[in-house]
Design a binder for this molecule. Structure first.
Ligand SMILES: Cc1ncc(COP(=O)(O)O)c(C=O)c1O
Length: 347
């Protein structure tokens, strides 16, 4: 596992690594057409071209036909994004990618597993930035790039060994059994909703390894997110046109999402709900306001690749609710009253 200044830089390093030993003609990275603009930043920072594929019409994940029509001889990698901890369907994606030269990258910036779980990708990316599951105010990590950035690894390794905590983490990261655990690390603004210009890769902050050494054992021990407070209301909300966002092959709500993702039947309903829930201090938020190619600042030449009806629809309907464990049953009940009132009056 290698440490980076941010999740964006970790993804950039992974994509640059994918390109090593590949023909320069393989220069396209497939991204979901809904998501964090940092995905575009990382591709461009690695000198590669983002190619967007639409998402599922009623759920999170790639639309199979859109993905398949985007795959081609220029495809270098497919990025499977775990939005809000809902999952990224990487096993399904793996079975759809038949070309062994195409890498599957799991971007797990929004989900940090608490327990070891098998990965089905070639690379995994994590973030420790603001709004991420383990918020260290910055930092990122990736697996699979150990050879790619020797100068960065050299720096982080030196920093690691400079303290006992660092030495501990270094041991954790290199112990064969624990390596598996550490390499599954993952990682408001669940990411910025503004496009940031690419930057050259730089070494992570010297304190990152030590911070992780302290934070990770606690991460394993204490649950910080739970959907439990919302569970009693979700079935009734679905009947009111407010669907819980899920991947296509999971019909249960994830138990520890970073936020609860909900898709309202219309933009009007979504906007009224967000406004009323915020007025009541219940922390509702929209997520990315448009399909990824249309986000402000994304280079204009990427806007004309196609249209992405499902991504555009999600951008106008998705909203999220907090899932931190401090959320009380009383707050959830108050939110439920607001939701019923507004959804009932709009129908
Ligand atoms: C899916 C995804 N990938 C990558 C990033 C970039 O992470 P960072 O903010 O650490 O650069 C984000 C940020 O929100 C993200 O949501």
């Amino acid at each position: 596992m290698s440490l980076f200044q941010s999740g964006t830089q970790a993804l950039q390093a992974v994509l640059a690594h994918c390109a090593t030993n590949q023909s320069a003609l393989r220069n396209e990275v497939i991204l979901p057409a809904y998501g964090c603009p940092d995905l575009v930043t990382a591709c461009l920072g690695a000198g590669l071209t983002p190619r967007f594929a639409d998402i599922l019409a009623n759920g999170w994940g790639y639309c199979q036909s859109s993905l398949q029509s985007t795959l081609g001889p220029a495809t270098l990698a497919v990025v499977a994004v775990d939005l809000l901890g809902l999952g990224d369907e990487s096993p399904r994606l793996r079975s759809l990618i038949h070309d062994p030269d195409i890498a599957l990258v799991q971007d797990s910036a929004q989900h940090l597993p608490r327990h070891p779980a098998p990965w089905s990708s070639d690379y995994q990316v994590f973030s420790f930035g603001r709004g991420k599951p383990l918020n260290l105010l910055g930092g990122g990590a990736a697996t699979g790039v150990e050879q790619a950035q020797p100068e960065i690894n050299a720096v982080s390794r030196r920093n690691l060994m400079q303290s006992r905590a660092g030495a501990l983490l270094f041991n954790v990261a290199t112990n064969p059994w624990l390596y598996g655990l550490a390499s599954r690390l993952p990682g408001l603004g669940i990411g910025s909703t503004r496009y940031r210009l690419p930057q050259q890769l730089r070494a992570p902050s010297p304190g990152l390894a030590q911070q992780l050494a302290v934070a990770l054992p606690n991460w394993r021990r204490y649950a910080s997110y739970s959907v439990m407070a919302w569970q009693p209301y979700l079935t009734a909300w679905e009947a009111l046109g407010i669907q819980v966002l899920r991947t296509s092959y999971c019909d249960t709500t994830p138990t520890e999402p970073l936020r609860l993702g909900l898709s309202a039947a219309s933009t009007q309903l979504r906007d009224q709900l967000v406004a009323a829930l915020c007025r009541a201090g219940l922390g509702a938020s929209r997520l990315y306001g448009s399909a990824l190619p249309q986000i402000d600042g994304v280079p204009s030449q990427l806007r004309s690749q196609g249209t992405y009806p499902a991504a555009e629809a999600l951008a106008t309907r998705l909203f999220t609710l907090p899932t931190h464990t401090g959320l009380t049953a009383r707050e959830a009940e108050k939110a439920d009253r607001i939701v019923r009132h507004i959804a009932g009056s709009i129908r």
